[in-house]
Design a protein around this ligand. Structure first.
Ligand SMILES: NC(=O)c1ccc[n+]([C@@H]2O[C@H](COP(=O)([O-])OP(=O)(O)OC[C@H]3O[C@@H](n4cnc5c(N)ncnc54)[C@H](O)[C@@H]3O)[C@@H](O)[C@H]2O)c1
Ligand SMILES: [Fe+2]
Length: 384
């Protein structure tokens, strides 16, 4: 058995209304003048107004500062600009609020606060990232789980590809999971972000690494998504469903410290080359990815199906897989995600470029079965 390290360290506050704990918690962390990092869309939502009220609307520009320019699928300027504002405003901590995009940008901005002008392309040549500014993560989508993760996914200028900047020092000092902040998320984004959480749980459970703690967390995450996501999509104000989805998303991300698989390698180029939302990209590739793995490793999805509520104890391997995959397909269609890549503007002439990026993506290296360039080509064609 190879050496493995286990670590689940992020302090997390959960529950409707927990956002009101923020000022007291900031004080304990020594944050007096935070930079709030978000995106322009979120800055116009009731979720953001709630946060602004908690921080004191009239104190913005004095006791707290705002950077609201993060792009979906963040790029390097989304890291550079808040870092520059942090320094010029003498901030002492970062609060990122929003989906995975502002969370990743806010998380990584601290790198450039510590080392102004640093070339993020050289991230892995630098090992000492100690002493980063304290970071509080407040997700308003329930999908990426970036709030509990050590990585930040940024599309770098040098490569135009998504780079995963991974370092334990990137971890948040505090996570606030307040379902009230997610009630305004529209059904389509609720479904797509929830599909990301589901994909994290399925891929981390089935990938090759040894991590039984993550496996247990992934299976319970799947159960929660199956129970709560359809309700969160059909009634955005269902606080119980919203809360369960926030927890499931965080669990998915804890689980994927184990690693991910082929579906995420298919999804990443769809965002960097076609601008597709990350969760949607996963949703459109999930069934094909599962089918591909099940054919080569029969029985792989039995426990996934059982976590979905299917009785598969005595089913033969191939039946356990096919019933699970059928369930996932029906589940995705039920929340409006039964479409093809071409329905979202992806063209046949883009498939080769997508394939070449996917094969370079690190996620499939730990997939349950090996994936070749020809496999990626066929999988994209199947999803088109
Ligand atoms: N760091 C990680 O571990 C990790 C894991 C998976 C994905 N990611 C990254 O996360 C990003 C995707 O994040 P996402 O899926 O959360 O989407 P997102 O952050 O890009 O947000 C999508 C849209 O939802 C809106 N929105 C967010 N919360 C809202 C709310 N409560 N009400 C109304 N609108 C709201 C935003 O304004 C935005 O327009 C991608 O860049 C992906 O690569 C990171
Ligand atoms: Fe993801």
């Amino acid at each position: 058995m190879s050496l493995t390290s286990f670590s689940f360290p992020t302090p997390t506050l959960f529950g409707a209304g927990t956002i009101r704990e923020l000022p007291g918690r900031m004080e304990r962390l020594g944050i007096r003048r935070p930079l709030v990092v978000t995106d322009a869309g979120l800055a116009r939502t009731e979720a953001f107004s709630l946060l602004a009220r908690v921080l004191g609307e009239d104190r913005q520009g004095r006791d707290w500062h705002l950077y609201a320019g993060v792009h979906p699928n963040p790029i390097e300027s989304d890291v550079k600009e808040p870092a520059a504002l942090f320094r010029s405003s003498n901030c002492d901590g970062v609060i990122a609020v929003g989906g995975g995009s502002p969370l990743d940008a806010g998380k990584a901005a601290r790198l450039l606060v510590k080392r102004p002008g640093f070339d993020l392309h050289q991230f892995y040549s630098e090992s000492d990232w100690s002493g980063l500014a304290p970071f509080i993560a407040i997700p308003t989508t329930a999908g990426t789980g970036s709030e509990v993760g050590r990585s930040s996914v940024i599309t770098l200028d040098a490569t135009h590809r998504k780079a995963v900047l991974f370092h334990p020092e990137l971890l948040a000092k505090l996570v606030i999971l307040d379902p009230e902040l997610t009630t305004g998320l529209p059904p389509k984004l609720t479904a797509a972000t929830g599909a990301d959480a589901l994909t994290h749980c399925i891929e981390s459970f089935t990938c090759q690494q040894f991590h039984p703690m993550c496996d247990g967390i992934a299976l319970e995450g799947i159960r929660l998504v199956v129970e709560a996501l359809p309700r969160a999509v059909s009634d955005g104000k269902d606080l119980d469903a919203r809360g369960k989805m926030l927890v499931a998303a965080a669990m998915g991300a804890v689980a994927f410290q184990k690693d991910l698989g082929v579906v995420h390698s298919l999804a990443h180029p769809l965002s960097s080359l076609c601008g597709m939302h990350h969760g949607l990209a996963n949703a459109l590739c999930l069934v094909a990815g599962m089918r591909f793995c099940a054919l080569r490793k029969p029985g792989l999805y039995r426990r996934v199906g059982m976590a979905c509520g299917l009785d598969l104890h005595s089913a033969p391997d191939s039946e356990a897989d096919s019933k699970t995959i059928e369930f996932v397909g029906t589940f995705l269609r039920g929340i409006g995600l039964g479409t093809k890549l071409s329905d979202h503007g992806v063209r046949r002439d883009q498939l080769e470029a997508l394939t070449l990026q996917a094969v370079d993506d690190p996620c499939h290296k730990t997939n349950a079965v090996p994936v070749s360039v020809e496999d990626f080509r066929r999988l994209y064609q199947e999803c088109l």
